[in-house]
Write a protein that binds this ligand. Structure first.
Ligand SMILES: C[S@@+](CC[C@H](N)C(=O)[O-])C[C@H]1O[C@@H](n2cnc3c(N)ncnc32)[C@H](O)[C@@H]1O
Length: 186
């Protein structure tokens, strides 16, 4: 998605400051990356899919603050950032793809500075109140695709076990949509 209210709301919520080093994990087409760069952050846009990195590279070239964006191969389980080098990190609609929750929690703990902010969220398409619930159920039935269930409370627990000072997981609403959300501070 080129633009997304949800991604904009995430960047806004994290209150990024100019010059902060931030990671958009599973950046996709870079909806949040573009907003964060406009706010003056130095953005590392990480995605494991070559096609998405091609799109991100194109977006970087077109973006007025493109020099503030770096595109790298990686995933939650292997984040291409040095230890203690990231001020804020977020991910939108990738949690159901994560293959190793505990390894991902350790990676997040490794790359964040002390006091660094994290916001992880997946839209709760399984919630009947979600506007795309029926469409999603139908697509899932037809494709037979499997998506891992994300339990926000247990992911928060994994973050605390990995060294986060605070981590809370809940099912809530964000930008008007039902979501599974984890908020954490390193
Ligand atoms: C539904 S898209 C969301 C893209 C973007 N965050 C957005 O909200 O527009 C899911 C993205 O997660 C990426 N992904 C898949 N496995 C991942 C993993 N283990 N860690 C991080 N991202 C992953 C995919 O390549 C894809 O770009």
């Amino acid at each position: 998605m080129w633009h997304s209210e949800l991604n904009e709301a995430v960047v806004h919520d994290l209150a990024l400051q100019p010059g902060e080093r931030v990671v958009d994990l599973g950046a996709g087409a870079g909806a949040a990356t573009a907003v964060a760069a406009r706010r003056g952050a130095q953005v590392l846009a990480v995605d494991p899919m070559p096609f998405m990195r091609t799109v991100l590279g194109l977006r970087r070239r077109l973006h007025r603050q493109g020099d503030a964006i770096e595109v790298r191969d990686g995933a939650a389980e292997a984040i291409p950032a040095a230890d203690g080098s990231v001020d804020a990190l977020w991910t939108v609609n990738t949690l159901h793809h994560w293959t190793d929750r505990d390894a991902a929690a350790r990676e997040l703990a490794r790359v964040l500075v002390k006091g660094g902010r994290v916001l992880l969220l997946d839209e709760a398409f399984d919630d009947a109140a979600h506007p795309e619930h029926a469409h999603f159920q139908e697509r899932r039935r037809r494709s037979g695709l499997h998506f891992d269930e994300v339990d926000p409370a247990s992911l928060a627990e994994a973050l605390r076990a990995a060294g986060f000072a605070q981590a809370e997981g809940s099912r809530t609403r964000f930008a008007g949509r039902p979501v599974k959300l984890i908020r954490a501070t390193r």
